[in-house]
Design a protein around this ligand. Sequence first.
Ligand SMILES: *[C@@H]1O[C@H](CO)[C@@H](O)[C@H](O)[C@H]1NC(C)=O
Ligand SMILES: *[C@@H]1O[C@H](CO)[C@@H](O)[C@H](O)[C@H]1NC(C)=O
Length: 450
Amino acid sequence: MKLNTQLLTFVTLSLLHRIASAFVHPIGIHGRFFIDTVTREPFYIKGVDYQPGGSSAVSDQGDPLSNPATCARDIVLFQELGINTIRVYSINPDLNHDVCMTMLASAGIYLVLDVNSPLPGQHLNRYEPWTTYNEAYLEHVFKVVEQFSSYNNTLGFFAGNEIVNDKKSARNSPVFIKRLVADMKTYISVHSNRFVPVGYSAADDLQYRISLSKYLECSDGSINDAVDFYGVNSYQWCGEQTFYTSGYDVLVRDYEEYIRPVFFSEYGCNQISPRLFEEVGTIYSTDMIGVFSGGLVYEFSEEPNNYGLVEIAADGNIRLLVDFENLKAQYAAVDLPTGKQIADLYNRDGNKKKLGAQAIPECELEYQSLDVSKVVDDDVASDLIKNGVDIKLGKYVTLYDDDLLSPYNISNSDGTPLKTDYYVKITHPIDQISEYEALRLSQIQNGGSK
Ligand SMILES: *[C@@H]1O[C@H](CO)[C@@H](O)[C@H](O)[C@H]1NC(C)=O
Ligand SMILES: *[C@@H]1O[C@H](CO)[C@@H](O)[C@H](O)[C@H]1NC(C)=O
């Protein structure tokens, strides 16, 4: 009896503590800025792209967010790098992602998630998209959307990555990308209890850069088919450069009029090694923060194309590369911009009106280098949107010390251990009594009253 009362007091106190604490706030969009929907401050992305094992590492058995042990190991390193966002390229919605997503949320880290996968039937064929835009494909997409919309730390979804990347794809796929954006947005508005932004991640090809961004920004008014954000994959800052010699000045000029947030969905040229990441200082400087909302370095793990920050051994232990240490130093020197700084910047430039939300432009009939005249059967998604898809909703769960401890070792690039133990630090406790805790509490209360 006595013990139960003590336990009850302990559990009640710890629950109260949890509810009163900071939790990860959903991110929304105001005009050309991401904003924290609770504080209304602008949100700048400081992150990395994350797909250990490359695009093929998604299957019936696993994906980057299905294994709590590797998530704990890598989130320890995300915290070491001081990032607030990761991008994941493919997941399997039939697997359980609750522990990894709860750990990310508890560490204050957001996810931008691509909805496609390299598995058959789970992506658009860029040359013949009409052969792949069918119910089975959309069911996969909506399962991803439905499951991840219910995590507050899902920042947004990418409808596609570099689908337009040559003449033939520019002729055939733009209208299908736009249709997918529209179908995802409709699905979210019908089935999700909050707004989750939908965007696109573009290859930085000078031929399509402006026209594709403009085409995806517009709407014909009858459906909601405009992107909520635009990601640019850019590898043009190599070695020692400046805002001007890198061509970032041109990028800023090209997107100056964009009405939605723009950010680097991939960056980090590897022609000169180790990478110094000196572009980080510029990305978060007043040269860029009025137009770009930060970015994601490509990529966390070393894969055959040599863009890694860390090397993951076959036994799961990690060795940091010098690139990791260089990026960590650059990210540590960044002060993320505040709302006041942005307002001052726009006031100084006399561009005050661009701070607010602007009307979505109407679509043009033609866009340079793109064919936007193709017609998509607008019925493909309608049954799925009406009936919903059958998938387990994402849910935050109780974390135990065991979940938070990486079972793998991590060493610095010189081989010395990074630390003595590898715990994920909880900085943003989840503000929700999980079912498990509620059950435990009611059992203790019942036991105590007998
Ligand atoms: C991690 O390092 C410790 C101490 O050197 C060692 O005992 C342990 O077996 C290592 N763990 C792994 C997974 O290699
Ligand atoms: C998600 O965010 C909403 C809005 O800020 C908040 O009311 C809710 O408690 C959050 N849910 C969790 C599980 O953190």
